[in-house]
Design a protein around this ligand. Sequence first.
Ligand SMILES: NC(=O)C1=CN([C@@H]2O[C@H](COP(=O)(O)OP(=O)(O)OC[C@H]3O[C@@H](n4cnc5c(N)ncnc54)[C@H](OP(=O)(O)O)[C@@H]3O)[C@@H](O)[C@H]2O)C=CC1
Ligand SMILES: O=C(O)[C@@H]1CCC=N1
Length: 268
Amino acid sequence: MALDKILIVGFGKMAQAMVEGWLASGISPDRFAIYHPRRSEAPAGIALHNEWPDEHFDAVLLAVKPQMLGELAPQLEPLIGPDTVLVSVLAGIDLAGLRRVFPRAGGIARFMPNLAVALRKSPNALAATGLDDAQREELTRLAEAVGSAEWLDDESQFNLVTALAGSGPGFVFRFIDALAGGAADMGLDRAQADRLATAMVEGASALAGASEHSAAELAARVASKGGMTQKGLDVLDDGAALQELLRECLRAARDRGAEMAEMAGDKG
Ligand SMILES: NC(=O)C1=CN([C@@H]2O[C@H](COP(=O)(O)OP(=O)(O)OC[C@H]3O[C@@H](n4cnc5c(N)ncnc54)[C@H](OP(=O)(O)O)[C@@H]3O)[C@@H](O)[C@H]2O)C=CC1
Ligand SMILES: O=C(O)[C@@H]1CCC=N1
């Protein structure tokens, strides 16, 4: 069974970015419809429903806040029968929890993107249950249309992967901001510092992606013996300060996923 017609429920930052990426990839807008109770505009060619549509969809892309799930589920459940696949981008809510809420769904998938879907550069984590081969392939194609597809065999790692690759841009943006802020504190014009820090991260990231060397090796290649970079790295490495900080950052983000699932009534 194909995933041709897709109803998008919740059209905020994430869903808008996904649609932007999918349309840029050449996917036809008439594959999509949006349900939103209050919106009056949708991207060209995409049907907008302010009331629940009375038609069949092959897939429903759920993109509301996890906290909305309990309120929304009774209204949405009638649309998700055995011929419909639920695709959820909700952080934290696992496949078993989604199955409890949508017991008749033909299949259930988790799709964890990040905002770089808009530029078709998001690593997208996937996990699913009840999908046939064609649906799994179509979901892979949808993920690859906006970046890459990373199927997880072990769903218990989904929250960790969400912290790393879904929340990750937030951590990188904070790093860019702190780097530029530091330079500004030391006298550089703030706008110039922002430009330099942003372009530097873009170039370094592209280099890491294209290089045969690991990020650790690349850092060593930048650091000339006895030079400036090594002095800076010594500060980050002292007491494994950066490593420890990022481990804690990931742990806090990962554990929040389980907390949100519990708050949404997902566990137990
Ligand atoms: N932002 C990100 O980088 C990422 C987000 N996600 C996940 O994406 C999901 C959405 O997050 P995000 O886009 O950031 O949040 P937003 O708040 O931007 O989007 C949520 C959307 O749901 C809409 N909504 C609220 N109530 C209803 C309703 N009853 N029916 C239909 N739509 C409704 C909101 O409309 P209104 O604004 O009018 O209330 C809004 O458009 C979350 O589950 C999050 O975990 C996953 C990966 C990354
Ligand atoms: O912050 C959140 O909960 C979502 C999940 C990943 C990115 N944003």
